[in-house]
Design a protein around this ligand. Structure first.
Ligand code: ADP
Ligand code: MG
Length: 338
């Protein structure tokens, strides 16, 4: 198979496929004379390269899906920038940009049943993006392309799978169809929002391995969203930890898990009940209350739950401090970079 190495593409080597800068998302909640603002994302920045998996980890409500939904342009951010191959994507109207943009950025959702149409065959649902995005032309070529996609995601024999309906498939097979549909447009980036959390434990590994293989073979960049640290470590080249809409720590996955510095990351890892249970039970679980995102207090959002809290933590949000190249965090226990 021929694959393009992004590092050897002229002009591409120095630009990450996706870059998010200072992304802010606030939702207006409650009506009446005094609507309130829910701070879903605050100053989120990161980049994602092709042929890389970046894991985004955080407990429920931390802003993971909002991040993905902004990148895929389902909503407009309150502030910040999104760059795709160095181009400012928010400059173009959402509607105008949608087809070209979706050709590059695809999303896989948590619930494969909900994201597939129950009334159409798998083949039909995979042919549509191939036709719309002109990835093959002519009836026979389109069908061959769909067979190829089915085989790529391990749905064999493709000629049989083509005619099946979603209800005839297992959860794992349905999620593989979602992956095939994302692949149909030959995207640069796939945002996978908790893609295995609704699947039986026994088949999660297979789907993760599929994503990993696609990263390697097709040089796709994945934003892998999860609340499961074990899978982030397993598949993520790098991991970002999100808390109450802030990215609080970032490092290569293995380094982060072996040497967590932020008290929240430490808490998450300590809360892992049984490491030997593998993907089954290593969920994010932590004591205490998640802070309100509505009109939040100044300071570090983790301060109320933090065992090492200091006065300064309740006063200001810490700047980014670098532990070592590629490993940074936001925590007042660390002196910020000069
Ligand atoms: P996660 O995916 O990490 O569980 P989300 O990104 O879904 O978190 O949500 C982050 C916060 O933003 C939550 O408090 C959620 O209730 C809020 N939120 C998300 N979407 C909306 C919306 N459309 N309107 C109001 N609040 C929202
Ligand atoms: Mg979510």
């Amino acid at each position: 198979m021929t694959t393009i190495d992004p590092q050897t593409q002229p002009g591409k080597s120095d630009v990450p496929a996706l870059e998010v800068r200072n992304l802010v998302m606030r939702f207006q909640v409650g009506g009446g004379a005094r609507p309130k603002l829910l701070h879903a994302l605050s100053d989120v920045s990161f980049s994602l390269n092709r042929a890389e998996v970046l894991a985004l980890v955080g407990e429920s409500g931390s802003g993971k899906s909002t991040t993905a939904r902004l990148i895929v342009r389902l909503m407009k951010p309150t502030g910040g920038k999104i760059l795709l191959d160095g181009e400012d994507v928010l400059k173009t109207e959402r509607r105008k940009a949608s087809l070209a943009y979706r050709r590059k950025v695809q999303m896989i959702f948590q619930d494969p049943f909900g994201s597939l149409s129950p009334n159409h065959s798998i083949g039909y649902q995979l042919e549509r993006p191939v036709i719309i995005h002109k990835r093959a032309e002519g009836k026979e070529a389109v069908r061959q392309k769909v067979y190829e996609l089915l085989a790529t995601v391990g749905l064999n024999p493709p000629e049989e799978m083509f005619h099946k309906f979603p209800f005839e498939l297992s959860g794992g097979q349905r999620q593989r169809v979602s992956v095939a549909r994302a692949l149909a447009v030959e995207p640069e980036i796939i945002l996978a929002d908790e893609p295995i959390s609704m699947l039986d434990v026994s088949i999660r590994m297979g789907v993760l391995n599929l994503l990993y293989r696609l990263k390697e073979e097709k040089k796709i960049g994945f934003l892998y969203i999860t609340h499961d640290l074990a899978s982030a470590r397993y598949i993520g080249d790098r991991t970002m930890v999100m808390y109450a809409g802030h990215v609080v720590e970032h490092a290569e996955s293995v380094r982060l898990m072996d040497n967590p510095q932020h008290p929240y990351t430490q808490l998450l890892l300590a809360a892992v009940p049984n490491p030997r249970a593998g993907l089954a039970t290593r969920y994010v679980q932590a004591r205490g209350e998640v802070p309100s995102l509505i009109d939040p207090k100044p300071g570090c959002p983790f301060a109320p739950r933090c065992g090492k809290v200091m006065d300064v933590c309740r006063q200001s949000m810490p700047d980014v401090s670098t532990v070592e190249p590629g490993h940074w965090l936001r925590c007042h226990l660390f002196t910020p970079d000069a």
